[in-house]
Design a protein around this ligand. Structure first.
Ligand SMILES: Cc1cc2nc3c(=O)[nH]c(=O)nc-3n(C[C@H](O)[C@H](O)[C@H](O)COP(=O)(O)OP(=O)(O)OC[C@H]3O[C@@H](n4cnc5c(N)ncnc54)[C@H](O)[C@@H]3O)c2cc1C
Length: 447
């Protein structure tokens, strides 16, 4: 084992071999530290230089896995200037702008990266991968870094899907619901303009959470949710459950525009006019949108990875290019880009293990979805086919069965806490027949 010297930046945790200004953030506050470099025969870790592109839950899961296995020669390159954070919690920034500095918002704290000697480059974008020489080239303003790798992980997530009517609009302040920067952009518009009418395009999970946050931000704001489908949360809720939840939204002052195909968005000064295909239109001061995610594939494509909707990976998160892995929202496994938190996390773990030669197959299992806005909404499993339903006001339960076997459910209101765990267990155990019926009867008594 050799004792080596490196310099760690107090501000961003970047490590480098010289004591000049930090190559990552320009800070002059660098501390000398020793690190142990094992010799080449002693372990697998000495041969590994893992570079991970993208700072989300997928990449952090890879890191956690590698650390657990004693691998510390890891560089994490994040385009955003923040440590990996809970993307699902960004709506909170609208209500409480300082929340984006709150430790609870970050999946791991700065000291985690310091303690584990992760070389983390915040605000750097990988522009180029030199596969022949196994080097990643990352840039931040005029700073350019070349980072060698033996294993490369692409965990670059996705970009908000931009429908043609947004691409063609002349307004550049139609804001996606995707990152801290987007929430800061919305907050800044509220500070600098009078915002009374907001339209949210897309009534999925994030569209609804943002509607709630905006209503709570200012009671004077009118929020209209615009959705092309005939109901809200069409992927998570049955028609009946969706109807119950829609009534709750309406009672809370959210206006709904369903079955609404947008033709164009016009701008007159700061005012925007959404024109619908049926000839109707609405006027608003701010438009936010959440119309799905498009996997980021450009980097992978540039080095010859196979691409379909996402970067194609096998069950170990390996791409077709040797020593290059992909996981999270950017990848496609078995013909599907899952685009959710839990799958990104699970794929990251599978990827981390594969890097060190521990091959465990990735298996997708249906995961529950929660909405915490207005009343709780919970959805798990398959939401189609025959169902058994019980409702009392906003308390709602619909259980889905196939050939007598419990396959999924929608729960709304306080009933969630009473039924949720048993419901998941019954789906996992494929509870069927009389046992399933008795269980559902028991759940009905909770109303
Ligand atoms: C408001 C909201 C609510 C959500 N709610 C839910 C929910 O209830 N349940 C659920 O399961 N999922 C939910 N999701 C989706 C979930 O957050 C994502 O599926 C998950 O965060 C994806 O993680 P990831 O690590 O794959 O990618 P990301 O979190 O997107 O991270 C990828 C990172 O890579 C960076 N990057 C891209 N290109 C480069 C480059 N060239 N160089 C360097 N860095 C790069 C990006 O800037 C980004 O920071 C929600 C998402 C949002 C926005």
């Amino acid at each position: 084992m050799n004792i080596n010297i490196q310099y760690r930046c107090d501000i961003c945790s970047n490590t480098q071999l010289n004591e000049d200004k930090c190559q990552c953030c320009g800070s002059e506050s660098l501390k000398k530290e020793e690190y142990v470099k094992e010799n080449s025969q002693s372990s697998l870790s000495s041969n590994l230089e893992v570079v991970i592109v993208g700072g989300g839950i997928a990449s952090l899961s890879v890191i956690r896995c590698l650390i657990e296995k004693g691998i510390h020669s890891i560089t994490l390159i994040c385009k955003e200037k923040h440590f990996p954070y809970y993307r699902t919690a960004i709506p909170k920034i609208l209500l409480d702008p300082p929340f984006c500095n709150n430790p609870q918002f970050f999946i791991e704290q700065k000291k985690f990266y310091q303690k584990n000697k992760i070389n983390i480059l915040l605000g750097f974008t990988v522009k180029l991968i030199d596969l022949k020489n196994s080097i990643v080239i990352a840039e931040k303003d005029l700073v350019r870094q070349e980072i060698p790798f033996s294993k490369l992980v692409l965990a670059v997530g996705g970009e908000p899907n931009k429908p043609p009517f947004i691409q063609q609009s002349s307004s550049n302040d139609i804001i996606p619901i995707h990152s801290i920067a987007d929430m800061e952009a919305i907050n800044s518009l509220f500070e600098t303009r009078v915002i009374k009418q907001v339209a949210i395009i897309g009534a999925g999970l994030s569209g609804i959470e943002i509607s709630n946050a905006l209503r709570r931000k200012s009671a004077k704001v009118t929020v209209t949710l615009v959705e092309i489908a005939d109901r809200i949360l069409p992927r998570q809720l049955s028609k009946t459950a969706s109807k119950v939840f829609m009534d709750v939204l309406l009672k809370n002052g959210i206006q709904l525009k369903l079955n609404s195909q947008i033709k164009a968005i016009l701008c007159e000064g700061n005012t925007k006019i959404i024109e619908f295909s049926n000839g109707e239109n609405i006027t608003c001061d701010l438009i936010c949108y959440s119309c799905g995610i498009k996997s980021s594939v450009q980097l992978a494509q540039s080095i010859g990875c196979k691409i379909n909707h996402g970067i194609i990976v096998n069950e170990y998160m390996q791409t077709n290019v040797s020593n290059v892995f992909a996981c999270g929202d950017c990848c496609e496994y078995n013909g599907r880009c899952y685009g959710n938190w839990t799958d990104s996390m699970k794929q990251g773990i599978v990827c981390g293990k594969a890097i060190i030669g521990e091959f465990t197959k990735y298996i997708h299992t249906p995961m529950p979805y929660f909405v915490f806005s207005f009343i709780g909404v919970y959805s798990v499993g398959i939401i189609e086919g025959e169902s058994i339903l019980k409702q009392n006001g906003n308390e709602f339960m619909e259980i889905f069965l196939k050939d007598g076997c419990i396959i999924g459910g929608n729960l709304l209101g306080k009933i969630i806490t009473k039924v949720q765990r048993d419901l998941v267990t019954s789906i996992e155990r494929k509870t069927e027949g009389e046992e399933a019926q008795l269980l559902i009867e028991k759940w009905k008594t909770y109303f």
